[in-house]
Design a protein around this ligand. Structure first.
Ligand code: GYE
Length: 322
């Protein structure tokens, strides 16, 4: 019953936005204008995501206004305000952090501009502040990594010391990749997260944090749990410089499964890569068209993805698209 009510509410929210949008571009036969605020250009994932959004907009005949926030929430808020002032048909954004979005999204709502979230979720009480969220389930990604670790160490007594390289502080993927792992390993006390720090999803950040970890914990570290490939690649450099063999002395777990991550698996330096697809452009443009046309849109559109252990990397790599 509760679920039915929730679904009904969600559809109504979508329909209300659609009605508002229906009076603008679509009704007048003009091309649809989409304002998109991107997080930044911090990683290979992000670059592939930007390419996907731009290419899909072009293919769909959607007029895209693209803005790069350089990993700063204040820049995203400014971009969204400018999209509102320009009266775009739909606003989409990949929120750098989860909290603090109410005021600007209320402004969009008052202007009757529907909002779509891509890639990262936000934490707001009012469900009518956005129509849909398109992207991965980061908790599930964290759980997948946790289960892989359980299997990898099932015959070892432990302790298994984990050093965690977190993504951007307060971002959905950093929060959830951490929480998903903890959910799985909390029932097995042999797993211990002995260090955890943010490398901001960048290669330089991952390298710097790993240098410090290597100095403080040295050979005590059994697992490096990096929230993305760029940080894992930076950590690999730091380990090699410190005389530690990544992939052998230390098990390296990473996320995204980019070409760089795959290459490191082929080279024996990343042990497992949990997939997170950045190719969200086509799904975003389909949702934008449906919203503008007044069609109902699912409240949550989840990306389909898997997990790749090192031993399949060479075989799978040629078919990877990002
Ligand atoms: O894992 C990381 C990027 O939000 C899923 O952001 C995205 C993450 C991705 O910087 O590489």
């Amino acid at each position: 019953m509760k679920l039915v009510r929730k679904i009904a509410l969600r559809t109504m929210v979508g329909a209300a936005f659609a009605l508002a949008a229906g009076t603008s571009a679509f009704a007048q036969g003009k091309p649809v204008t989409l304002g998109f605020s991107q997080v930044g250009a911090e990683s290979a994932w992000r670059t592939a995501n930007t390419v996907s959004v731009k290419a899909a907009a072009k293919d769909a005949g959607i007029n895209l206004k693209f803005s790069d926030a350089q990993q700063k929430q204040e820049n995203q808020i400014r971009a969204i305000r400018s999209f509102i002032a320009q009266k775009v048909d739909v606003i989409a954004f990949s929120p750098v952090v989860e909290s603090g979005w109410e005021p600007v999204l209320e402004e969009a709502k008052r202007a009757k501009i529907p909002v779509v979230l891509t890639d990262r979720a936000i934490d707001v009480k009012d469900p009518s502040l956005y129509v849909t969220m398109i992207g991965s389930d980061f908790m599930e990604e964290g759980r997948r990594a946790g289960h892989w670790l359980e299997e990898r160490y099932k015959n070892e007594p432990g302790p298994i010391n984990i050093a965690e390289l977190q993504g951007t502080v307060g971002s959905a993927p950093a929060n959830d990749r951490h929480a998903g792992l903890m959910e799985v390993i909390k029932s097995d006390p042999k797993f211990k997260v002995i260090a955890s720090q943010s490398g901001d999803f960048t290669l330089a950040g991952g390298k710097q944090v790993m240098e410090a970890f290597a100095k403080t914990y040295g050979k005590k570290i059994n697992v490096v749990y990096a929230h993305n490939d760029d940080m894992a690649l930076g950590a690999i450099q730091a380990m090699e410089e410190a005389g530690i063999k990544p992939g052998k002395d230390v098990t390296v777990v990473s996320f995204d499964a980019t070409k760089g991550g795959f290459q490191a698996m082929v080279d024996g330096k990343i042990n497992v890569d949990v997939e997170c697809s950045p190719l969200l452009g086509p799904q975003l443009m389909a949702a934008v068209k449906d919203i503008v046309a007044g069609k109902p849109v699912a409240r949550r559109i989840v990306t389909d993805e898997g997990i790749f252990p090192m031993n399949v990397a060479a075989q799978v790599m040629p078919s990877r698209k990002y």
